[in-house]
Design a protein around this ligand. Sequence first.
Ligand code: FAD
Length: 381
Amino acid sequence: MNITPATAEQEAMVESFRKYLHAEVRPVAHAYKDRLIPRGTVLELTQAIADFGLPGGAIAEEHGGLGLPWVTQAMLYEELARTSADLALVVMINLLAAPALLSARPEVRDRYLPGLIAGKSIACFGASEPGVGSNVADIRTRARRAGDHFIISGEKTWITNGSYSDFLICTARTGEQELSHILIDREEHGYEAHNIDKIGFSSQSTAQIFINDARVPVGNVIGEQGMALRHTLIMFERARAHVGLTSVAIMREALAASIEYATQREQFGKKLAAHQLIAAKLAEMATHVDASRLLCYRALALIDAGVRCDVESSMAKWYATEMAVKVCRDAVQLHGGNGITRSFNLESYLRNAIIMPIPDGTTEIQKLIISRGLTGVGAFV
Ligand SMILES: Cc1cc2nc3c(=O)[nH]c(=O)nc-3n(C[C@H](O)[C@H](O)[C@H](O)COP(=O)(O)OP(=O)(O)OC[C@H]3O[C@@H](n4cnc5c(N)ncnc54)[C@H](O)[C@@H]3O)c2cc1C
């Protein structure tokens, strides 16, 4: 499995992307700290980032992508998340939507995929509803068949990219026992999005979505009708590795700041790093970062190998996201009073980190999946 070290080609790609990110994305991330980046600015950035291979890196060249392994694409993603975790989430949804569109009808794929890969449009996924979170099978949004169309009504919540989005891949009930993914075009079929105020990731959109009798052609079903839960499981493998990597990126920034601080600040006549309890804390933080990172890249390497990896991606997700909370909290502690001020970024890393154990299946749900993989016994209900 090609996890680390990176090849010379991967390093060169990441290095040139890093230079662009430092010059162009870092200033925007700084200017919009804790403020929603406007859609126009997001689109300018996603179009520039598309040239480096996000979100179409892992899409085959015949479909307009670069045909890269998921691992290579993820290295670029991790670098983006280190610069702006907010913008990374926008791109993450697009890079998950791109392969989903490959299983749409050719006319739907050809209409939406090129713009997405070019960073000119923004996708969102709508599964969660006000009464439906961990138990996706309970979804109430209805898609009623009317001739060649579905009439779709329902309310979605916590939708990443919701207010930025051009289209929604909506999980809707197409029969009593049947859930399907249906692409709803915001302009053509209509839905409303209202942003939700959050404690972190405040520069990107998480929204409620209201769908009111949207009339959508039956040809907009993504994948097979009635197979939404199966498609979601495959999508979750990729999503969980990327949510894990987002947390890795946040941790890496918190660790780097902590190393710098511990080697500069002095107390009791010596550097903080020369105090054994601080040295141990740094060692533990670094080990948590590397262990999390390796779990994420293991899951991605399995995806590249075409091996199902729901257990491995669940391990990566719960471990990396929970370790990020711990590492960022340790980083705040290591900075003492400075750690809680807005002049340092630690408070913002911690506010972002604390969000990540929730989306794409909470920590509790990941552990249930892993345990089911180990024992064959489900413990969900
Ligand atoms: C920042 C963010 C972005 C998101 N983006 C999207 C998106 O783009 N699209 C989308 O569809 N959704 C999205 N979500 C929703 C996310 O997937 C849900 O929040 C998540 O699945 C948990 O659902 P819930 O919030 O309703 O919590 P609940 O399911 O109500 O759970 C509440 C608590 O109970 C625990 N719990 C639930 N069931 C069990 C059980 N069987 N055993 C033990 N503990 C249990 C949970 O772990 C949690 O701690 C996002 C959420 C966040 C926070």
